[in-house]
Design a protein around this ligand. Structure first.
Ligand SMILES: CCCCC/C=C\C/C=C\CCC/C=C/C(=O)SCCNC(=O)CCNC(=O)[C@H](O)C(C)(C)COP(=O)(O)OP(=O)(O)OC[C@H]1O[C@@H](n2cnc3c(N)ncnc32)[C@H](O)[C@@H]1OP(=O)(O)O
Length: 286
């Protein structure tokens, strides 16, 4: 209930802000964690420092921004990128999955599902400009896009690394990985929790193109121009034909998937794994 109210408030605030900035001629709208520019090809920038982790608030704002763009019939495509230097997204927020209660886990997972379904089945053209590290949920965001351009910086890695955390990527993460890189590569990468360098990601097909870091946005724009030249109706029907079965697989068992996640993540052994992983992240600094 509280989240629904927050969502209504954000939508309302978002549209007020959108109107005001449009009057200023700025053609953009924003909430705290997501900035959307609609001048030229629309660009959606995640800005949830330090690492663009997908907290509940961030997921909510992301979903609302996407909804607003979907409702604007003049917007046919969106470039998804990050405002946090060196990080595309660190994925799901570990602090939403650690040390909370089952009701919180259920609420969080419902929102993860919601964002995924919206992104994966969007009628808009989605191009990701991957300008930093993109593990797990960060990779998931990129995989939802129709085309992925990644910055050529060996420090940036991408992949579904859940098994390294002692957790398991759910079946719909797995399905999308299989759809993108094929069964054998997905099986190996999921078990090993592989984080691919840009060159490896290109080779295996996790990304479509790797370009020098200073060209990642211009390349994403030129890709968008090419895709915008295709008639919407035929492209959308084709996209739907390719993705519907995967999305439907979650839609028909959303509630069971929430229950699965909640009981899995609540286990003492899984909480212990997450604790150790969080400690490792802290120690890396010291
Ligand atoms: C058969 C049964 C099956 C049942 C299955 C059912 C359901 C499925 C169950 C679970 C599915 C869960 C799916 C999970 C998906 C995810 O996305 S999990 C998150 C994975 N993400 C990561 O592993 C990334 C971890 N982070 C990093 O590697 C690095 O932070 C970095 C992104 C490369 C950035 O490095 P750097 O710039 O050096 O920054 P720091 O490491 O110093 O980090 C800064 C602070 O940010 C905190 N942080 C980092 N990542 C996260 C995160 N994902 N969530 C929350 N917080 C994060 C980090 O701890 C630092 O915090 P402090 O400053 O120390 O407080």
């Amino acid at each position: 209930m509280a989240l629904a109210a927050a969502r209504r408030l954000l939508l309302h605030a978002g549209s007020r802000l959108g109107r005001r900035e449009a009057v200023d001629g700025a053609r953009r709208f924003a909430n705290k964690r997501v900035l959307v520019e609609t001048e030229g090809p629309a660009v959606m920038k995640l800005r949830n420092p330090p690492v663009n982790s997908l907290s509940l608030e961030c997921l909510t704002e992301f979903t609302i921004s996407l909804e607003k763009l979907e409702n604007d019939k003049s917007i046919r495509g969106v470039i998804l990128t990050s405002e946090c230097p060196g990080i595309f997204s660190a994925g799901l927020d570990l602090l939403e999955m650690y040390g909370r209660n089952p009701a919180h886990y259920a609420e969080y997972w419902k929102n993860v599902q919601e964002l995924w379904l919206r992104l994966y089945t969007s009628n808009m053209i989605l191009v990701s400009a991957i300008n930093g590290a993109s593990p797990a949920g960060g990779c998931l965001l990129a995989l939802c896009c129709d085309y992925r351009v990644m910055a050529d910086n060996p420090k940036y890695t991408i992949g579904l690394n859940e098994s390294l955390l002692g957790i398991v990527a759910p079946f719909w993460f797995k399905d999308m990985y299989v759809n993108t890189i094929g069964h054998r590569e997905a099986e190996r990468a999921l078990q090993l929790g592989t984080l691919f360098s840009p060159a490896e990601a290109l080779k295996v097909g996790v990304v479509d193109e790797v370009v020098p870091e200073d060209q990642v946005h211009s390349k994403a724009r030129s890709v968008m121009t090419k895709w915008l030249a295709i008639p919407d109706h035929s492209r959308q029907l084709t996209k739907n034909m390719m993705r519907k079965a995967t999305a439907d697989n979650l839609i028909k068992q959303r509630e069971a998937d929430i229950q699965n996640f909640t009981s899995f993540i609540s286990k003492d052994s899984i909480q212990k794994s997450l604790h150790m992983y969080l400690e490792k992240l802290k120690q890396k600094k010291g």
